[in-house]
Design a protein. Structure first.
Length: 850
RNA sequence: GGGCGCUUAGCUCAGCUGGAAGAGCGUCGCCCUUACAAGGCGAAGGUCGCAGGUUCGAGCCCUGCAGCGCCCACCA
C-alpha cells in the first residue's frame, strides 16, 4: 500500500491520461461477441468549429454510461469521429490558402500548396476538387488534434485508435456505397423539381435545414380583371411574382368565388390570361379568400402547380434576381406582350425586395394597387445558415425517398428507447410533418461527390435519365477526375462522351452513416457484425430531425433495422441567466480554462449532476462542490487506509449495518444506471459518501485506532476497506481521475476495468440491519447539534445524553452505543422509550458567556 | 394554431407506486476536532405557479388557467 502523505488533485489528469493510453485501458477487444459488446455511435464534432461547454456536458454523459457498461463487463466499442465534411471547412480552407475548388479541373498529383503562386490581383487560385479535399484534410487535422487533447483531458474513455473523419477516404467510400445501394433500389432518384433554394449559397436546402424567422412584410391588395369587365381582388406579400402568376385559386366551398371558378382573369401590368381554379388548400380566411398561384412563391404553390396541372412561368433566377421578360413567346401569352416585357424590364436583374418596391410603384400608376400596403409580421423560411429568405427554384437534384416511408419511420421511432422518453415525441412530430423527399445533392464544391457520370448526346447535352454508376469496388471515386467504366479520359465533355456529376452530397448524407462508418460496413464484415446495430446514440435534442432522423432512415432503408436501440439525449448548457450560450451573445465559456480552474473530475461532477434531456445551467459553484468532493475522496481514503490495525472479520453490528446500507445504495444506483438516470445514481452515491465520512468514520475512529482491542479494530478497518473499495467503483464513472488515483494506492490494475459493485460481494451484510447505522448516526448528529448551539468545541465531553425513541430503535442503538459514546465523548448514555424521537444532551461544561 | 417539457427555499435542483416538505450552494452562527481550515459542525429560510376536483389524506392523480422554454406548422 502506497498512501501519500498529502494527496492532491494536481497533475492527476496528465498522470492517468498517459497511463490509460500506454496500458490500453480503453482499447476495444474485437474478439468479443455482439452480446458482450456495448457499441456507441459517438457524435463527430464539427472540425473548424470550437468545442464549447455544451459538448463537455453531453460527451461526459456518454462517457459516464460507457464507463458504467465497461464495469458491468461489457466490451465497450467507443469510437470517435471528426465531422470535417461541409461548408465550415470549405470556407475556412478557401480563406486560409486563398484557393477555390473547381470540379472541372483534373487532379494534380504534384500540387504543392506551399509553392502556390498567388496572382497579383489576389483572386483565389482554382484547384481541382481532389486537391482541395487534400487541403481540407490537412487543415482539419490540426483542429482534430486540439479536439482530441480536450477530450482526453475531460477523461473520455474512447478508444483513440478507432477514429474517423467524415471526409476521409473511408467515409467517402461508405457514403458513396450507401448512395449506390439506394440508387439501385430506386430509393434515391434524380429529378428536375422545384426545391427550396438558398440564393446566396446557390444550393438546395433540405427540409431539415430550414428554419422559420419572423419578418416584417406588407400585404398588397391587387386587382385582376375579370372577363366581364369587373375586378377580383387578391392579397399578396410578394407582388413581384405577378409575372409568374399562372392561376388564381379559391376554396371549392367558398360561395364568394363560386361563379368565378372556371373563368379566366387577366393579370395586371402583364395582361396574362390565367384561369381561376378551386383547391381545398385555399383558405377562405386568409386575405380576400382567393390567392394568386405563382411558379413559385412558396411550397403551397408547388402543390397547387403539381396537383392542378398548371404551366410554369419562372421569373426568379438561381441568384434570386428577376429574369428578362419573355412575354409573347410560347407559354408566355399576354394580351399586350410589349407592355408586359416593358414592365418586366423594370424588374429584371433586381433582387426580389427591390423588384417588389418597383412593381408596387408600377401597380399604383396602373391603378391596380387598391390600397396602400399594410404592414404585417409574418414567418418566412430561411436556410438555417442563410441571410435571405429561401426561394423555390426548379433544378435537377438527387432525392432520397422519405415521404412514402413515413409509417415505417414512425414505427422505428416507437421501437427506439428514448432517454428521456418524451424526446420520442419530437421525432414523431417531425416525421408526421415531412412534406418533401430529402434533397441530398448540393451545388457546392467540398464534400463527398456523387459516384455518378452522365452520358452526353451528340450535342454534348447530358442524358440525365440514364446515369452511369461507379462500380462499388472502385470506391471512393471522384467523377471530376475518374473516368466511368467503358470510357476514356479523352471523351470527357465531348459529344457522345460523358461528364461527371458535379454535385456533392449533403453532409448529413455522410453523417447519417456514422454507425456504418465506425463499424466498417462492408469493409470489415466481421467487425460490423459485432457492433451493429449499436446500443446507443448520444446526442443533443436540436439535431433529432437531422442526424437522428437521417440515421434511422438510412439504417431502415439499408439494413431494415434500427441503427441502435437507445437514443440518449442531452440538454443544452445555459448561462447562469438561463440564456442559451452562443458566440454572438458573448457568453461562451472556454472549456480549457474551466478545467484548469476546477479539475476535470470537478467539471465532470457538474455534468454528471445534470439529467438527460433537460437544459442545465453553467454553474461553477457546482464545480467547486465537485472539486471538494474529489478532495474529500482523497482525504477520506488516506484516512481509511492509514489505520494500523490489520483488517479482520466484519463482526461488529454497526459495521455490518453500514455495509448493509451501502448494499442498498449499490442496488439503487445500479437500477438508476440501467434506466440511464446517471444523475440519480450520482446523488445516491454522494449522499451515502458524505454520511460515511461525517458519521461512520467518526463513529468508528476510536475503535479503529484499537481502543477496544485488535478484534474490534479489525472489524472496523475491514469494513472501512470494503466500503471504500465499493465507493471508489461507484464513483469511478463520474470521477475517473481521483478514483484511479486512490485505487492505485492499494489495488491492482485500473478501477475502470474493475467490476461494478454487486450485492453479492457485500454478503457480509447478509441479515444486517441498516437501521443500526442510521440510529447511531442520528444520535451523533443530535449531540453535535447541541454542541454547535452551545458554541463549544466538539471535543467537550457530554455528561449525560438521553436518547428517546421507540423500543425497537433503542435496541438497535444499543448495538452501536459503544462507538457513539466515543465519538460524542459521552460519559453517560441512557435511553428512554418514547413515541417521538428526541435526544437530551447535558454538556459537562456550561456554555461560555459571549 | 398543434405538441412536449418546466413552474418546490434567495440560487441550482431532488422528491420513487399518493402517507408528517428535502439536498447542495448562498446567508448567518460556531469549532484549530491527532484524514481534510482551499476544512469541519450547525441554524435560519418554503401558501410546492393559480383555481377547481378525486381521496380518510395531494408537491405527486384528474380538469381548467397562467407564465417560461423548446419542437412542429403557419409566406395569399
Amino acid at each position: 500500500m502506497r498512501v501519500p502523505e498529502k494527496p492532491s488533485l494536481d497533475g492527476l489528469e496528465a498522470k492517468w491520461g498517459e497511463w490509460w493510453e500506454t496500458t490500453g485501458t480503453y482499447r476495444f477487444d474485437r474478439s468479443k461477441t455482439r452480446e458482450q459488446i456495448f457499441a456507441i455511435d459517438t457524435p463527430p464534432p464539427t472540425a473548424s468549429g470550437s468545442l464549447h461547454i455544451g459538448h463537455v456536458m453531453s460527451y461526459t454523459h456518454t462517457d459516464i454510461v460507457a464507463r458504467y457498461r465497461r464495469m458491468r463487463g461489457r466490451e465497450v466499442f467507443y469510437p470517435i469521429g471528426w465531422d470535417d465534411n461541409g461548408l465550415a471547412t470549405e470556407r475556412r480552407v478557401q480563406n486560409y490558402f486563398g484557393v477555390r475548388p473547381d470540379p472541372s479541373l483534373p487532379y494534380d498529383p504534384t500540387f504543392d500548396v506551399t509553392a502556390l503562386e498567388r496572382p497579383d490581383d489576389d483572386r483565389p487560385v482554382r484547384v481541382s476538387r481532389p486537391n482541395f479535399i487534400e487541403l481540407c484534410e490537412r487543415v482539419t487535422a490540426e483542429d482534430e488534434k486540439a479536439f482530441e487533447s480536450l477530450f482526453r483531458l475531460l477523461g473520455l474513455s474512447v478508444d483513440w485508435t478507432q477514429t474517423y473523419t467524415t471526409i476521409g477516404e473511408h467515409s467517402r467510400r461508405v457514403s458513396q456505397r450507401g448512395f449506390l445501394r439506394l440508387a439501385r433500389k430506386g430509393l434515391a432518384y434524380t429529378a428536375e423539381a422545384p426545391t427550396l433554394w438558398d440564393v446566396d449559397f446557390q444550393t438546395p436546402v433540405a427540409q431539415a435545414e430550414i428554419e422559420d424567422r419572423e419578418r416584417d412584410g406588407q400585404y398588397h391588395r391587387i386587382a385582376f380583371d375579370r372577363s366581364d369587365g369587373g375586378r377580383v381582388e387578391i392579397e399578396t406579400s410578394r407582388p413581384e411574382l405577378i409575372p409568374a402568376c399562372v392561376a388564381l385559386v379559391a376554396h371549392p366551398d367558398d360561395d364568394r368565388y363560386h361563379d368565378l371558378v372556371g373563368s379566366t382573369v387577366t393579370t395586371p401590368l402583364f395582361r396574362v390570361p390565367v384561369p381561376v381554379v378551386a383547391h381545398h388548400l385555399a383558405d377562405p380566411e386568409k386575405g380576400t379568400g382567393i390567392a394568386m398561384i405563382c411558379t413559385f412563391g412558396d411550397v403551397t404553390d408547388v402543390t397547387w402547380w403539381r396537383e392542378l396541372g398548371l404551366p410554369a412561368r419562372v421569373v426568379v433566377r438561381r441568384d434570386g434576381t428577376l429574369a428578362e421578360g419573355r412575354f409573347g413567346e410560347p407559354g408566355w401569352e399576354s394580351e399586350d406582350a410589349g407592355a408586359a416585357n416593358a414592365a418586366m424590364a423594370e424588374l429584371t436583374d433586381k433582387a426580389s425586395n427591390q423588384a417588389r418596391r418597383r412593381i408596387v410603384e408600377l401597380l399604383r400608376e396602373a391603378g391596380a394597387l387598391l390600397d396602400e400596403p399594410t404592414p404585417v409580421r409574418h414567418v418566412v423560411k430561411f436556410y438555417e445558415k442563410g441571410d435571405r429568405p429561401l426561394e423555390v427554384i426548379t433544378s435537377r437534384q438527387w432525392f432520397v425517398r422519405t415521404l412514402d416511408r413515413r409509417d415505417d419511420l414512425l414505427a422505428r421511432g416507437r421501437e427506439l428507447s428514448w432517454h428521456p422518453s418524451f424526446m420520442g415525441a419530437r421525432f414523431a412530430t417531425w416525421v408526421e410533418g415531412l412534406n418533401q423527399d430529402w434533397a441530398i445533392s448540393r451545388q457546392r464544391f467540398f464534400g463527398v461527390p456523387f459516384p455518378v457520370w452522365f452520358r452526353l448526346d451528340d450535342e454534348a447535352e447530358p442524358l440525365y435519365d440514364d446515369p452511369i454508376f461507379a462500380d462499388e469496388a472502385t470506391l471512393p471515386v471522384d467523377p471530376s477526375a475518374d473516368v466511368p467504366p467503358g470510357f476514356t479520359a479523352e471523351q470527357r465533355g465531348r459529344p457522345g462522351g460523358f461528364i461527371g456529376d458535379p454535385d456533392v452530397m449533403d453532409t448529413w448524407a455522410t453523417s447519417s452513416l456514422t454507425p456504418q462508418i465506425a463499424g466498417h460496413w462492408e469493409d470489415d464484415d466481421d467487425l460490423f457484425r459485432r457492433v451493429f446495430p449499436m446500443d446507443m446514440r448520444p446526442q443533443a435534442h436540436d439535431i433529432i430531425r437531422t442526424w437522428l432522423f437521417y440515421t434511422v432512415l438510412r439504417a431502415d432503408l439499408e439494413h431494415d433495422s434500427l441503427p441502435w436501440s437507445n437514443a440518449v439525449i442531452s440538454g443544452f448548457v445555459l448561462d447562469p441567466d438561463r440564456k442559451k450560450m452562443s458566440k454572438s451573445k458573448g457568453n461562451v465559456v472556454v472549456p480549457t480554462e474551466v478545467f484548469e480552474r476546477h479539475s476535470s473530475d470537478a467539471v465532470r461532477y457538474w455534468a454528471g449532476s445534470a439529467r438527460l434531456g433537460y437544459d442545465a445551467a453553467f454553474d461553477e459553484q457546482q464545480m467547486k462542490v465537485g472539486r471538494r468532493l474529489a478532495i474529500k475522496i482523497l482525504n477520506a481514503s488516506r484516512f481509511a487506509l492509514s489505520m494500523e490495525a490489520a483488517p479482520g472479520d466484519v463482526t461488529e453490528p454497526l459495521d455490518r449495518s453500514m455495509l448493509a446500507s451501502l448494499r442498498e445504495v449499490v442496488r439503487q444506483a445500479t437500477e438508476a444506471f440501467d434506466d440511464y438516470e446517471h444523475a440519480k445514481a450520482l446523488d445516491l452515491v454522494e449522499r451515502f459518501f458524505w454520511g460515511f465520512t461525517d458519521d461512520y468514520l467518526e463513529l468508528v475512529k476510536q475503535r479503529a485506532y484499537g481502543v477496544h482491542g485488535a478484534e474490534k479494530a479489525g472489524s472496523a478497518v475491514a469494513a472501512l476497506h470494503q466500503a471504500l473499495d465499493v465507493l471508489l467503483r461507484l464513483f469511478a464513472p463520474f470521477l475517473p481521475y481521483v478514483t484511479e488515483e486512490v485505487w492505485s494506492w492499494w489495488r491492482e490494475g485500473s478501477v475502470h476495468r474493475a467490476a461494478w459493485p454487486s450485492a453479492s460481494e457485500l454478503d457480509v451484510a447478509d441479515g444486517a440491519d441498516p437501521e443500526i447505522y442510521e440510529v447511531s448516526a442520528g444520535a451523533l448528529t443530535a449531540i453535535r447539534k447541541e454542541k454547535a448551539l452551545a458554541k463549544v468545541s466538539l471535543r467537550i465531553p457530554v455528561e449525560r445524553a438521553t436518547v428517546r425513541d421507540t423500543g425497537a430503535r433503542l435496541a438497535k442503538l444499543e448495538l452501536g452505543a459503544a462507538d457513539l459514546r466515543e465519538a460524542g465523548n459521552v460519559q453517560i448514555l441512557e435511553t428512554e422509550p418514547a413515541d417521538a424521537a428526541s435526544v437530551d444532551v447535558v454538556l459537562a461544561q456550561p456554555a461560555q458567556q459571549a
